[in-house]
Design a protein around this ligand. Sequence first.
Ligand SMILES: Nc1ncnc2c1ncn2[C@@H]1O[C@H](COP(=O)(O)OP(=O)(O)OP(=O)(O)O)[C@@H](O)[C@H]1O
Ligand SMILES: [Mg+2]
Length: 327
Amino acid sequence: MVSIYFFVGKGGVGKTTCATAFSLTLALRNYRTLIVSLDPAHNLGDVLGLKLEEKEVKVVDNLYAVEIDFDKMVHEHLKQLADKIKEMYRYLKVLNLDKYIDLLKHSPGIEEYATLEKIIDIVEEEIGKGKYDVIVFDTPPTGLMIRILALPTITLIWVDKLLELRKAILERRLILERIHGEKTRIKISDKEYSLPSSISEDPVYRELLSMRKRVNMLYSKLVDKNTTSIVLVVNPETLPVLEAYRAYTFLAKINIPVKALVINKVLEFKQPAREFKVKIEEQEKALRMVREMFKDIPVVKVPLLPEEPIGIEKLSKMARYLQPILS
Ligand SMILES: Nc1ncnc2c1ncn2[C@@H]1O[C@H](COP(=O)(O)OP(=O)(O)OP(=O)(O)O)[C@@H](O)[C@H]1O
Ligand SMILES: [Mg+2]
C-alpha cells in the first residue's frame, strides 16, 4: 500500500528542499519513491539541479521526480468539465452552453479543483500500478494547499446533497410519467427530448456518483494516518509558526493527520556574534512557541546550512536531519 506525504508551509520556508531531502532518505532506505511538485511556481527541478517535466525523471536509484504542468492541468480539467456538461445536457445546446462553459474558466476554485483531480489521478494510477511505495508531494504555500486538502471533505458534503436533490427530481419525473403514461418530453427548436426518470438512465446522477467515488477514494486515504502524513515546515520565526499552527488546528478539524513539524533553517552558534543577538532571541521565542503549540507531534530541527542545499550531494547531507520524520 502506498504512503503519501505532503510538505506544507508558508512561502519560502524550505518545503521543496525538505521534501526533496526527505525523499532521498526514503530512496536510500529502499523505498521506491516519487516526488511530485504541485506548486504552480515549480522549483523542485532547481533544487535537484535537474530538468523536470510531467514524465518521471530518475533522480537516483529508487527516486523519481515530476513537475506537474499547472496550465495544462487546469486546461485539461476545464475540458473534462466541458465535455461532461455537453454530454449530460446535450438537449440544451441551443441555450448557448459554450458561453456558460467559457465562464467556468473564471470561476473561483477551478485551480484548486484541478489540483485535487490531479492528486486523485496520481494516487489512483499508483494504486493501479503499484510502482511506488511512497509519493511525496511538494506543495504550494499553506493557504492554497490547505484549501485543496479540505476540498474532499467539502465536496463529499455537497455531492451528497446534490445526489439527494437529483433523486427527488427523478422521483417526481417518474410520478408524472405514471400519470401521463409516457416519458416527460421537452421541445427545443422543434426537436423533442425525453427526460430520464430513473437513477440508472440519468447521466447526471451517474456522473455525481462517479465523482463521489473518486473523491471518497482520496478522502479515505487522507484521513488514514497509516497512509497519509502531513509534514508542516516552518522557520524559527513567529509568522511561519503561527501560520503552521492555524494549519495544524484546521487539519485536525477535518481529521487529516499531521505527522511532524520541521523547523528549518535553525541558527546554531556556539558563540553568537553581538549582531545576531536579537535574531537569536527571536528564534528562541519561536522555538518556545513551537514547544507549546505542537506538544503532540514530533518536532524535527534542521540547521541553517552554510551552503544553499541545492543538488543531490548537498541534499543527501541534509537528509540525515529529516530521518526522525520516519520514526
Ligand atoms: N536548511 C537550509 N539551510 C540553508 N538554506 C536553505 C535551507 N532550507 C532551504 N534553504 C534555502 O531556502 C530557500 C527556499 O527554500 P525552498 O525553495 O525549499 O522553499 P519553499 O518553501 O519550497 O518555497 P516556495 O514557497 O517558494 O515553494 C532556497 O534558496 C533553499 O536553498
Ligand atoms: Mg517550493
